[in-house]
Design a protein around this ligand. Structure first.
Ligand code: UT7
Length: 316
């Protein structure tokens, strides 16, 4: 299968039922709804319960994506799960998802950790594996239970994150939703800015301001490079699906690219930052709400711990 024959055949999403609002958070740590909304744009996030591991959310999103694509579990021969919160260090959570879905044993299943850029890394990997001709239908999933690694006493981080999952089915072309290209990067020199150090209870530690500055620069660089590679200008981009970390980061990116903020798909007000799940959650919402139409060119752009970053282009 040529790269140009590979399409997004369907998408799906799943978030746990429990919602934690800013007002509820303000009773847990020294913060306010007003601070969180003005500094981040986040109003609430979904939290998975004790019996809702990443695998379960991933499988629910994957089932929705398969139904949307009209592809059966039997047809899937590749599962790539982007996550930094696997159910356990081994086996790979992708294998647990395979079992939950009933995907046959001839499928390759593995996890991939590129933090918040994970979905774009997984998309690029699946695209290359399908283009090799050795796989035909891939499930690309981003799923996170970040609530399990949040320090709920640290107001500078606990207000930011949420749980959820999003998925896409990739397979042979049916004419639309073609992947045009991807571009991935990593700057390991900045690894210390956002990490989960080992310890008795590993939790997210972040130098927020530095991550913010790098995020805007890196995403702008990734966008300019991918547009140049494809001979496109920013004005030709119909919609942008950015990693949902902070509305101010998205607004700065829009400003630097000279694009109206209305072209950006934003849902972080309801989900917070769900790391690898953030782009596929927004992608599914954009498709189902009619924000993307046939012929549109959509730009996906992410940044995250690593520091990893990247971009992808889809022609609907
Ligand atoms: O997927 C990638 C994940 N990471 C990110 O995308 C994060 C990128 N960074 C950010 O989004 C922002 O840096 C934050 C939202 C994390 C913080 O916003 P900021 O405007 O950079 O605030 P700051 O860290 O400079 O803190 C400003 C003040 C500080 O008080 P002082 O020192 O000025 O007295 C903080 O202690 O705000 C205080 N603060 C809070 N106040 C109320 C920090 N967190 C809170 C809070 N509620 N939750």
């Amino acid at each position: 299968m040529a790269h140009s024959d590979i399409c997004i055949l369907g998408t799906g999403a799943h978030v746990p039922a429990k919602v934690l609002t800013n007002h509820e958070l303000a009773r847990m740590v020294d913060t306010t709804d007003e601070w969180i909304v003005t500094r981040t744009g986040i109003r609430e996030r979904h939290l998975a319960g004790k019996n809702e591991p990443t695998s379960m959310m991933a499988a629910a999103a994957a089932r929705a994506a398969l139904a949307d694509a009209g592809v059966t579990a039997e047809q899937v021969d590749l599962i790539i799960l982007a996550t930094l919160t696997p159910d356990q260090p081994m086996p790979a959570t992708a294998c647990l998802v395979q079992h939950l879905l009933g995907v046959p044993a001839r499928a390759a299943c593995f996890d991939l950790n590129a933090a918040c850029s994970g979905f774009l890394y997984a998309l690029d990997t699946a695209w290359a594996m399908l283009a090799s001709g050795r796989y035909r239908h891939a499930l690309v999933i981003g799923a996170e239970k970040l609530s399990s690694i949040v320090d709920w006493t640290d107001r500078s981080t606990c207000v930011l994150f949420g749980d959820g999952a999003g998925a896409a089915v990739l397979g042979p072309a049916r004419g639309t939703a073609r992947l045009l290209g991807t571009r991935l990067y990593a700057e390991g020199a900045h690894a210390h800015l956002l990490c989960v150090p080992r310890g008795p209870k590993p939790v997210i530690q972040m130098k927020g301001r530095e991550v913010f500055k790098n995020a805007v620069r890196q995403m702008e660089d990734a966008v300019r490079e991918i547009l140049e590679q494809h001979g496109l200008t920013a004005a030709q981009i119909s919609s942008v699906i950015p990693h949902q970390a902070n509305l101010r980061i998205i607004e700065s990116l829009a400003q630097y690219l000279g694009l109206p903020i209305e072209r950006f798909i934003v849902n972080l007000d309801r989900y917070g930052n769900t790391s690898a799940a953030s782009i596929p959650l927004a992608l599914d919402e954009a498709r189902r709400s009619g924000r993307v139409r046939a012929g549109d060119t959509t730009l996906l752009v992410a940044f995250g711990a690593g520091l990893t970053y990247g971009a992808a282009l889809v022609r609907w």
